[in-house]
Design a protein around this ligand. Structure first.
Ligand SMILES: CC(=O)SCCNC(=O)CCNC(=O)[C@H](O)C(C)(C)COP(=O)(O)OP(=O)(O)OC[C@H]1O[C@@H](n2cnc3c(N)ncnc32)[C@H](O)[C@@H]1OP(=O)(O)O
Length: 409
């Protein structure tokens, strides 16, 4: 079998999407979702794998801008649309596409790549580490009450359709992007993604609503949610399925949650992707009845260790020699001296003795500040050769607030 990797011709998008849907299984995308993916496809960043006349593999990348620790944006490729046909799995096609992609990212001088994985076990071998978490929960709103700080009485709520509220909500979201590592600035073509709501994807819920929270006519926050239609012999037992909730100040944030918890006929709020440090944990009267948990969010790959580590800021002064293992991108392997603080950093090759040793996967996991190097050392994945280096470096890498990405791609 000879597999050839090529780009994507303009008339091949439909075939590529059909192949993707076949590899992913399930009913496939609704027409509006398909249109969205078509709009945002970057042809010059899409790879296809061919076995003779058959397209048997796909992989793409989106040109995103991601907030780094410290608040600066960085251009990052968001790896996407990865698939290998069931007839061609486990013969190294994904490996060859990852090879091609990472070489291209390096040629484009993109020091960091990100992705959201269908399965977390796939990408570690290519040097991606889990860099953000997704907090999920189901809050029993018949038992849990929410704090209402002073000032909530000034907030006026309006309910509109998700589409009608979109422009105003996007302006709020844009103001929040620099404040949390991992957030992606909305790129052209992505504006309507937050309100895509095909009936076939609602799983028993009604349409997506947009709740606007205003003070003196100014929008201060919003929530997007749908309500399921569950009733049983005891009466209504509906669930608020929360998609987004964002606010520019804590009073509005508290008021939004309190509103969501008090919608008639509902008894639960269910959410699948909030930041791990969501302040909602401090608003509730009973955290146990929120059934909180977390899973992997965005996976992060340092394509160029030196440029990536120099691009972010650090929570505390750091001066450390890192010895990095990177079998898949050997240009990163070896020793780097990282010197930085809250204002910026320098990271250069050094022949000085190593103080911390780790693989590029652990460095990717720590990069946005959501996972601690000290915890990874507890698992034997980071090794300290200068006493104190681990505690200093771990503290410097951590970020407050925690990194987060509110959606997949
Ligand atoms: C960012 C995104 O787009 S995420 C979406 C990923 N796509 C999907 O999940 C769709 C369904 N799955 C597929 O299309 C394919 O199975 C893929 C893309 C996940 C894997 O493609 P393959 O060509 O089979 O991978 P390849 O043969 O290169 O495997 C390389 C290694 O990864 C391992 N691997 C591949 N897929 C998986 C998996 N799902 N879970 C665990 N390990 C895996 C292989 O066993 C192999 O290990 P080895 O080197 O120790 O032998």
């Amino acid at each position: 079998m000879t597999i050839e990797l090529r780009g994507l011709a303009p008339d091949q998008w439909g075939l590529m999407h059909d192949r993707l849907e076949r590899a992913f299984g399930g009913p496939g995308d609704a027409p509006e979702e398909r249109d969205h993916w078509h709009t945002v496809t970057e042809y010059d960043r899409t790879l296809t794998a061919w076995d003779g006349p058959e397209m048997v593999g796909t992989a793409g990348a989106f040109s995103f801008r991601m907030t780094l620790p410290g608040g600066a944006p960085l251009a990052v490729p968001g790896v996407t649309m990865v698939s290998v046909q069931p007839t061609h799995r486990r013969r190294g096609l994904l490996t060859s596409m990852m090879r091609r992609q990472l070489d291209e990212f390096r040629d484009r001088a993109e020091p960091v790549a990100v992705l959201t994985a269908s399965e977390p076990a796939i990408y570690g071998r290519f040097g991606y580490g889990v860099g953000t978490k997704q907090l999920h929960g189901t809050i029993d709103t018949t038992r849990v009450s929410f704090a209402r700080p002073a000032g909530t009485e000034r907030i006026r709520f309006r309910l509109v359709s998700a589409a009608a509220g979109l422009t105003a909500c996007e302006a709020v979201y844009a103001r929040l992007v620099p404040g949390r590592p991992g957030l992606l600035a909305r790129q052209p073509g992505w504006e309507t993604r937050p309100v895509l709501d095909p009936p076939s994807g609602r799983n028993g819920a009604g349409p997506l609503h947009c709740l606007l929270a205003e003070v003196d006519g100014e929008l201060r926050g919003y929530a997007r949610y749908a309500v399921t239609g569950e009733w049983n012999y005891g009466g209504a037992d509906e669930t608020v399925r929360l998609r987004d909730v964002e606010a520019l100040d804590p009073v509005t944030y508290a008021a939004l949650w309190d509103f969501l918890a008090s919608i008639d006929l509902t008894s639960k709020i269910h959410f699948t992707n909030r930041p791990a440090d969501d302040p909602v944990q401090h608003l509730v009267s009973d955290i146990r009845r929120c059934l909180l948990g977390f899973r992997d969010g965005m996976h992060v790959r340092l394509v160029d260790v030196g440029a990536a580590l120099a691009a972010r800021a650090y929570s505390a002064p750091v001066d450390v020699v890192l010895d990095v293992e990177d079998a898949f991108c050997p240009w990163n392997a070896g020793r780097w001296r990282l010197t930085g603080d809250a204002k910026g950093a320098v990271c250069e090759r050094t022949s000085d003795a190593a103080e911390l040793s780790l693989s590029v996967k652990e460095l990717g996991a720590a990069y946005l500040g959501g996972f601690g190097l000290a915890a990874m050392a507890g698992a034997g994945l980071v090794r300290e050769s200068r006493p104190g280096a681990l505690a200093e470096t771990s503290a410097a890498f951590r970020t407050d607030p925690e990194p987060w990405l509110p959606h997949g791609f």
